[in-house]
Design a protein around this ligand. Structure first.
Ligand SMILES: C[S@@+](CC[C@H](N)C(=O)[O-])C[C@H]1O[C@@H](n2cnc3c(N)ncnc32)[C@H](O)[C@@H]1O
Length: 241
């Protein structure tokens, strides 16, 4: 069966996602704030609270985009040494442009693929990922790489859209996510096609329980998740043994 037009075939997904984010990069931050009514800032803070990064620790933010999670990390603790990694250069350019006024600690923005991390084993004291796992080609490879580059006892925290367990709430959220986001994202973010793909990327994404199980299968200890917004948003947490 062929994929619907808004969902690329797996072999084309990486290039499709990179090109799409390159197109929406200039207005990505504004579109985010509008589409979430500014609530995404609070969700990111909660994810960082669950990471509980050690003072002065070395943290990796996977798929950092324009750096929202990175800058939240540095506002939380300016002693952190944070690396943001993304495979889309225009998104990284946005992050680098924000850095002089937003970064109060040590920051590096690096071009790279979350499925093949350019780091030694056991390098980081924590890893974050925001609104991105739906976009990668192979979730299991990202989980495996995150586990590899974490130090023992360090956490991986993943914040993303999820599938609400209550049917009525899920229907209401789906209405917003699948109908309003393409309209508003098209107007504010500048690409209706991109903001049609983004909600659709949730369709084949594992629900919160299945994703927690994927964390466990990958080898994380104490894999669990916290639901926000009635489960429309979830933060998954796993610890490297
Ligand atoms: C929705 S944005 C999220 C950006 C940021 N984390 C945030 O919270 O705003 C998704 C990002 O994932 C990046 N991305 C997707 N797949 C990737 C991969 N395999 N490796 C690196 N970056 C990837 C895209 O380029 C894009 O910047």
């Amino acid at each position: 069966m062929s994929s619907p037009p808004t969902l690329p075939a797996p072999t084309e997904k990486g290039a499709f996602v990179r090109d799409m984010f390159a197109r929406i990069a200039p207005r990505y931050d504004v579109a985010n704030r509008v589409l979430t009514a500014g609530m995404d800032e609070g969700w990111r803070k909660q994810a960082i609270a669950l990471l509980a990064p050690p003072h002065g620790g070395r943290i990796l933010d996977l798929c950092c985009g324009t750096g929202d999670v990175v800058f939240h990390l540095l506002r939380t603790d300016p002693t952190l040494n944070v690396t943001g990694l993304d495979f889309c250069v225009p998104m990284l350019d946005g992050a680098r442009a924000r850095a002089p006024k937003e970064a109060r600690g040590t920051t590096t923005f690096l071009e790279g693929d979350a499925m093949a991390l350019p780091f030694e084993d056991a390098t980081f004291d924590g890893i974050t990922m925001g609104f991105s796992l739906r976009n990668v080609v192979e979730i299991d490879r990202v989980l495996g790489e995150a586990l590899r580059v974490l130090k023992p006892g360090a956490r991986f925290v993943n914040l993303d859209v999820s599938k609400a367990p209550n049917r009525v709430w899920k229907s209401l959220f789906d209405l917003y996510f699948y109908k309003m986001v393409p309209l508003v994202g098209g107007l504010v973010g500048g690409s209706r096609q991109a903001y049609t793909y983004l909600p659709n990327s949730l369709t084949n994404h594992p629900d919160a329980d299945a994703l927690r199980n994927a964390f466990t299968t990958a080898g994380f200890l104490d894999a669990h998740y916290v639901r926000l917004m009635g489960g429309a948003i979830a933060i998954h947490v796993g610890t490297k043994p």
